[in-house]
Write a protein that binds this ligand. Structure first.
Ligand code: B3K
Ligand code: ZN
Length: 889
């Protein structure tokens, strides 16, 4: 297999105008008749037609109804004797495939006796021969035929135009999609499904049918997904003037799915995890995720489907933009401003714990990559989450209204086309001629081409006599693979000043102008300064408010300054950030201080007192408190260090948790008492924040019990676990018992399994909790091996594989990084085993060792050995090959 380069893009030699597909669906042999009309692209020199195909049995090829010669070149079907000129011609291809053997879950596959498809990025070629690339957009007609008893529901994109019975107990359905689309947006579903239905009328007065299809028995878990869909339709119309462009919009849930969901035109296919919820089975986090994923896929209908990507290097054109849109959607659904801030903090936490490491590791790539071996490896947090930050910065540099104007211009220019990231950025800038974005566009676009997380270093100078405060900034960005030198970025820095003594938000004056309480400084140079006038007292700078750019900020804050920000900043994000910086500092000092023994008290009294003040604060809301009281993760701490001893980090963080548990014991008791009762269940931000804080309190109270021998709180926790009226409270209680290692955990886990043995998504939680639990002397790996031997374990089901294997290898550093290397041996075995089943899932797991070069010995050598063992296999998929070869490079 060869590396694909962005610079090699050429337009297709042929266009496909129409596609008429007929399926005779049979799990062990599905027949596919593909009738297309094509024409030569007059702008490209005449050449043979090369159609992509994979794991297909080819039976027949007809051109304008006549047999024709063809040859195979690798996976491509090559047709040389085609009509000359640019007149359309008919091409008919008949193939068969074997859905039941499709464990890759790409193309047409069977899950729970139903048929599903997944075509993005290159799965359509596993269904029929095609120009399987996003810039070839066609009109689709699809006829499905199948056994009526086994597959009563037959769905595809667009509108149902005909259906009826056939001989031998079979039936058919014919679907026509009124919009042209690239092949990656094709979908079909066939099986025993039931739907929740909702009719809606748009602002413009059009009627639509919304449907959520699930397996019989799951209908009682579809209300939240439907509500989220209705909210999405309304939001896109209200915020961006983008209406639903289909009579019918369908969501179908499947339990076998490689990722979260897929935005197929009019027929979104979802992982059940992002559809099914009721209060007995889903947590508040599940509810929030469903809302944002339903929104995300729906918003793709415009950003992705109406305007799509010219080539896969432009993936962030749709993904970064659509993540930005789903983030804004979730924020706009929050009634309280504080809930918006909570959502922003959660999003930044994902960016910093997952994307920053990616950008500093062997898989680092620009938001618009330059090359890939396997496109599936580039559905990354960089393309998605960093891509969303780029769009957010564009909004910051043009204003919310200006950005909306830019979106309107983008659709005026490019609706119905396959375009590039440049096209998007140009449209946003052109709609805002006076903006900083328009003025700086070429430099701004370095965000698309340069990988790596920029660092911004700042220092401040207060001149008490002149009452001025000057901030000096410098920016830099470390080398990444293939990019040794970086040019300066455009970095919007939102700034404020807090009085060091008074704690007051200081009014800002720049160049003699009052600018209010916050000021946006746009960094463009390697070095830059700004001076504020009329600064009446020594200030503490609040820099990068709201995380206004995806950078690392270095500022040599004193503890006192951070405590002042934590107590007084008007910007909720920086308030939280100050607490994180304080905790991080304690962690790093403790890690550095004594290599062998861990202090029982890494946190100082001032920090503890500040955390008590936050916890007991009369007006801050519970969700925000829970975020502030959450220590930086082991992964985030590791990223701050040059040499990483995962066991040391784990020990120090555990000591910090224990210290918070004991030093704030009375406060946790208070917090639990005040937040434990929340009335009837509603998954809104305020009550879910209260449940989160109550759950955190229980976790700390059970942890403290391991020290003080208390049996009251573990007992209460078990009772709460038994009595809980919703999954959030129940699971938090279970987690408190399991994570503290309490003896009652065993009976609670057994009871939980018995209660939910028929709920796959709940069992996933049961597996994940045990595989991700805090390691105490190496007990987790043997437990994980036992979980894999459990009758409910199934390696072929991605959700279940992730719940055990990923929860351990990717989300449990203290358990995974063992001095005896057994974690890495386990990892290598699983990567190899999974690669034979499902390369996409295997490649995700392979990334668990991305940061091996930072590890201290003996971890580093053992990790390299494990990677080398995988890389030595000659029959690896491209997916895993690319990941391990890059890691070892
Ligand atoms: N566009 C899909 C992701 C497809 C992944 C293919 N390996 C889901 C989404 O981003 O909405
Ligand atoms: Zn997406």
């Amino acid at each position: 297999a060869a590396v694909i380069h962005r610079g090699d893009y050429t337009a297709p030699a042929f266009w496909i105008d129409t596609v008429d597909l007929s399926f005779d669906l049979d799990p062990s042999k599905t027949r596919v008749l593909n009738k297309m009309t094509l024409r030569r692209n007059p702008d490209v020199q005449a050449q043979p037609l090369r159609l992509d195909g994979e794991e297909l049995n080819l039976a027949r090829v007809l051109v304008n109804g006549q047999g024709t010669s063809f040859k195979m070149d690798g996976n491509q079907l090559v047709l040389e004797n085609l009509p000359e000129g640019t007149e359309p011609f008919a091409l008919e291809i008949f193939t068969t495939c074997v859905p039941v053997k499709n464990t890759k879950l790409m193309g047409l596959y069977v899950s729970n006796d139903s048929f599903f498809t997944q075509c993005e990025a290159e799965g359509f070629r596993r269904i029929t021969y095609f120009l399987d690339r996003p810039d070839v957009m066609a009109m689709y007609t699809v006829t499905l035929r199948a056994d009526k008893a086994k597959f009563p529901v037959l769905l595809s994109n667009g509108n149902l135009v005909d259906s009826g019975d056939l001989e031998d107990g079979r039936h058919f359905a014919k679907w026509v999609d009124p919009h042209k689309k690239p092949s990656y947006l094709f979908a079909l579903v066939a099986g025993q499904l039931v739907a929740r239905e909702q009719r809606i009328t748009s602002r413009a007065g059009k009627d639509h049918l919304l449907q959520v299809f699930v397996r019989p028995g799951d209908l009682d878990k579809t209300e939240h997904a439907m509500n989220s869909l209705m909210a999405s339709v309304a939001w896109d119309e209200a915020r961006f003037g983008l209406p639903l462009d289909l009579e019918r919009f369908m969501i179908v849930a499947t339990s076998d799915f490689n990722m979260g969901a897929m935005e197929n035109k009019g027929l979104n296919i979802f992982n059940t995890k992002y559809v099914l919820a009721n209060q007995a089975t889903a947590t508040d986090v599940d509810y929030a995720n469903i809302e944002s994923v339903v929104g995300h896929e729906y918003f793709h209908n415009w950003t992705g489907n109406r305007i799509t990507c010219r080539d896969w290097f432009q993936l962030s054109l749709k993904e970064g933009l659509t993540v930005f849109r789903d983030q804004e959607f979730s924020q706009d659904l929050c009634a309280e401003p504080s809930a918006r801030a909570v959502k922003r903090i959660e999003d930044v936490r994902v960016l910093r714990t997952a994307q920053f490491p990616e950008d500093a590791g062997p898989m680092a790539h620009p938001v618009r990559p330059d090359s890939y071996l396997e496109i599936n490896n580039f559905y990354t947090v960089t393309i998605y989450e960093k891509g969303a930050e780029l769009v957010r910065m564009m909004q910051t540099l043009t204003s919310r209204a200006g950005f909306a104007k830019g979106m309107t211009l983008y659709f005026e220019r490019f609706d119905g086309q396959a375009v590039t990231c440049d096209d998007f950025a140009q449209a946003i800038a052109d709609a805002n001629p006076g903006s900083a974005l328009a003025a700086l566009l070429p430099q701004f676009k370095r965000w698309y081409s340069q990988a790596g997380t920029p660092r911004v270093a700042a220092r401040g100078e207060y001149d008490a006599a002149a009452q001025t405060y000057t901030l000096h900034f410098s920016q830099s960005c470390a080398a990444t693979p293939g990019q040794p030198v970086k040019e300066p970025f455009v970095i919007p820095v939102s700034l404020g000043l807090i009085g060091a003594a008074s704690g007051a938000a200081l009014p800002l004056s720049v160049d003699g102008q009052a600018v209010g309480g916050s000021h946006l400084l746009v960094l463009t140079d390697a070095q830059q300064s700004i001076t504020f006038q009329n600064v009446a007292e020594a200030p503490v700078p609040s820099i990068l408010r709201g995380f206004s750019a995806p950078v690392v900020l270095d500022f040599d804050y004193s503890d006192a300054q951070l405590l002042a920000l934590l107590a007084n900043d008007t910007d909720a994000f920086n308030r939280w950030e100050a607490g994180q910086r304080l905790a991080l500092r304690s962690a790093i000092n403790s890690i550095a201080s004594s290599a062998n023994s861990t202090s029982a008290t890494p946190l100082n009294d001032a920090y503890i007192a500040a955390m008590r003040a936050v916890l007991r604060h009369p007006t801050l809301d519970a969700a925000f408190k829970e975020l502030v009281l959450t220590l930086p993760s082991e992964t985030y701490i590791a990223e701050q260090l040059d040499v990483v001893d995962p066991q040391r980090i784990h020990a120090v963080r555990e000591a910090m948790r224990l210290q918070l548990a004991t030093a704030l014991h009375a406060d946790w008791e208070w917090a639990f008492a005040v937040h434990e009762n929340n009335g009837g269940y509603r998954p809104d931000p305020v009550s879910s924040g209260r449940r989160a804080l109550a759950g955190m309190a229980l976790n700390f109270l059970c942890l403290a019990a391991t020290q003080n021998g208390d049996s009251v709180w573990p007992g209460k926790t078990l009772q709460r676990f038994k009595d809980a009226g919703n999954m959030t409270d129940r699971f938090n209680a279970l987690q408190a018992l399991v994570n503290s290692g309490h003896a009652l955990a065993g009976q609670a886990l057994a009871r939980f399994h018995a209660l939910f043995k028929d709920e796959a998504l709940v069992l996933d939680k049961w597996f994940a909790l045990q595989a991700g639990t805090s390691d105490r002397g190496g007990q987790v790996l043997p437990a994980v091996r036992q979980l894999m031997a459990h009758p409910d374990f199934n390696l072929k089901n991605p959700n279940r594989a992730r719940s055990v294997i990923f929860s351990f290898c990717s989300a449990n550093p203290g358990g995974f990084h063992r001095a005896d290397a057994a974690g890495y041996v386990f990892w290598a075995d699983r990567v190899i085993e999974l690669d034979a089943i499902n390369p996409q899932v295997a490649a995700r797991l392979a990334r668990a060792l991305d940061r091996w070069k930072k590890l201290a010995e003996p971890y580093r050598s053992a990790a390299r050995e494990a990677l080398a063992r995988v890389a030595a296999k000659t029959d690896l998929s491209n997916d895993v090959r690319e990941v391990v070869d890059r890691a070892l490079a």
